[in-house]
Design a protein. Structure first.
Length: 245
């Protein structure tokens, strides 16, 4: 597939980006290749010479790191704001306005046998999940029952398989997996993880050609941002209303 842009993207946006790439192909006849993983893993691959031409991170930190290494092309663009959700198996936490407080109580009473988050060393949603548990005073109690997914997608997969009692995962992936049909799914406000931001940025890389620039522009279009929004992400105002020639 020579000449087809190779795009590196956070696993947390997989459902949205796959739909966007399909729509892009319908509109333009052009294709892109998508590779998904934790933002930190992808950033390390880029730093080690991986031939990606565009990087969509789940935060700003990895974009800034690559920019500091001179491995980006032009300014980054914030394409979305991430949304963290708490999944719990049916009946575990009950109906509550403060699911983290209910989770802390369940941890204290030994009710939670397995809790999964994405690896906070590489996945921004894992960092947000750890920050939420720390902010609630639950991190120490959670660690003995903690299971780490390699990325956000794997964390959701563990929850989908029924292997865990609680998962702190991206809302878009949780919805795609229909976790709300197997348990309780609640959105956590940003105030619950104040030390971590989920401003999701994308940036062109040195190998970006005209086709990459065109897809980069399309990701900022009304069409793309509506898809991001429909998949549970918060989006900024559109920059480009139509695909640039």
């Amino acid at each position: 597939m020579a000449g087809v842009p190779l795009i590196a993207a956070a696993a947390s946006i997989r459902p949205a980006l796959e739909e966007i790439s399909t729509r892009y192909n319908e509109v333009t006849g052009e294709s892109v290749r998508l590779v998904f993983g934790s933002s930190g893993t992808l950033a390390n691959q880029i730093a080690n010479g991986a031939p990606y031409v565009l990087f969509l991170s789940a935060n700003t930190a990895y974009v800034r790191w690559l920019a500091g290494l001179g491995l980006t092309q032009g300014p980054p663009v914030t394409y979305a704001e991430g949304v963290l959700a708490l999944y719990s198996r049916s009946g575990l936490l009950g109906e509550t306005e403060n699911p983290l407080m209910a989770l802390d109580s369940a941890l204290q009473h030994g009710v939670v046998k397995r809790l999964v988050i994405a690896n906070p060393e590489y996945a921004p949603y894992g960092s947000a999940a750890r920050a939420a548990l720390e902010h609630a005073g639950s991190w120490t109690r959670a660690r003995p029952v903690l299971l780490l997914g390699a990325n956000a997608g794997q964390a959701v997969q563990y929850a989908l398989q029924g292997d865990v009692d609680v998962a702190l995962v991206p809302l878009p992936l949780a919805r795609l997996a229909k976790l709300q049909e197997t348990g309780q799914l609640q959105v956590l406000p940003k105030e619950t993880f104040p030390s971590v931001e989920l401003h999701q940025q994308m940036v062109l890389l040195p190998g970006a050609d005209q086709k990459t620039h065109e897809f980069f522009a399309y990701l900022q279009s009304i069409d793309s941002q509506e898809i991001f929004r429909r998949h549970g992400l918060l989006v900024p105002s559109p920059v480009n209303l139509t695909l640039q020639p």
